[in-house]
Design a protein around this ligand. Structure first.
Ligand SMILES: [Zn+2]
Length: 326
């Protein structure tokens, strides 16, 4: 009996300790969530044309401190509904985006369009899942997310930890094979699905009312271009993109520009330099590990994050160009 009493006391003591700790743990969690979620007024969402909102991401790698907020995000408001373009690099960023958007309009979000599969553009999708919302993407986006989504999540969890809490990989339920027009109520968006370029699932959106082109990562400014699809495809598709008449262009990374298609010049110069360097190295018979140290290097000073991506781009390009007939 004595023993049972002691055991009970211990158990009760343990239980009350847990009860005591529970609110502490909860308030600690609330505090850390509060300190990592920026208030919506700090989330800059600019109206770059009537009914066209853009948040410019930081030119940086995704990290816990920037909450994955490195890609440009957008929203277009029609008479009846809203389309969101890309959702950000974490659920926290996406929720803040949604709150900031709600301060500008109460109209329902009808479409969430992902310009491609990369985590900085898709990790926030979960914040927008609601009845009546259609997720839209390139015909290759479901496969890209199915094959890479869980890898992206576990890889970024290593560096971003709990900032990625709640992130879900959400594929589109409406896909674009070639072109598609969406209507937001007297406001038409033209979507184009491109062949493999920056990635294998690049989609652009043109708001016909304002003449605004959302180029996704088919246009990089300041941030060194990233080649995750095809080097030659990127060059070719960017030239086709140049033919779209646009009054202003929102790149995937970097500032909104009006000088179009001149805004493509720096990216073209980088991709051409990389291509020429790779071709000459391959002709000379230099191996991939040696080549990626030098190819494209003349462009280093012109770009942010050059060291983070250039060798990777050169590796992708080398594998592609190696098989060209000389
Ligand atoms: Zn990308």
């Amino acid at each position: 009996m004595q023993k049972i009493n002691i055991l009970l006391k211990i158990l009760l003591g343990f239980a009350s300790l847990l009860t005591l700790l529970a609110p502490l743990r909860a308030s600690h969690a609330d505090q850390s969530a509060a300190s990592t979620t920026p208030p919506p007024h700090l989330f800059q969402l600019d109206e770059i044309a009537p009914g066209v909102l853009v948040h410019q991401g930081e030119t940086a790698m995704m990290s816990a401190s920037n909450l994955g907020g490195i890609a440009n995000l957008g929203a277009i408001i029609g008479d009846e509904a809203v389309a969101v373009i890309d959702t950000g690099g974490s659920l926290i960023e996406a929720k803040t985006f949604l709150q900031a958007l709600r301060e500008k309009t109460a109209k329902p979000i009808r479409y969430v369009i992902n310009t491609h599969a990369h985590p900085d553009h898709t990790f926030g999708n979960g914040a927008f899942r609601a009845p009546g919302v259609t997720f839209v993407g390139h015909k290759n986006l479901p496969l890209a997310l199915a094959t890479r989504g869980s890898f992206y999540l576990s890889a970024f969890q290593e560096t971003m930890g709990s900032t990625l809490q709640g992130v879900e990989i959400i594929p589109p339920n409406l896909t674009v094979t070639d072109q598609l027009t969406l209507d937001l109520g007297d406001r038409k968006l033209q979507l184009i699905a491109w062949k493999t370029a920056h990635s294998d699932c690049d989609l652009t959106i043109t708001d016909q009312t304002s003449g605004t082109l959302f180029a996704g990562d088919l246009l990089f400014l300041r941030h060194v271009p990233v080649v995750d699809g095809s080097l030659l495809g990127f060059l070719e598709v960017a030239e086709q993109l140049a033919a779209i008449p646009a009054k202003r262009v929102v790149p995937g990374h970097g500032p909104v520009v009006t000088a179009w298609p001149d805004a493509l010049n720096d990216q073209r110069a980088y991709l051409l330099r990389l291509t020429a360097d790779l071709r000459s190295a391959i002709r000379k018979g230099s191996g991939v590990s040696e080549t990626v140290k030098t190819a494209g290097r003349d462009e280093a000073a012109k770009w942010s994050l050059f060291e983070n991506y250039n060798a990777r781009n050169a590796t992708t390009g080398y594998a592609e160009l190696e098989w060209e007939t000389p």
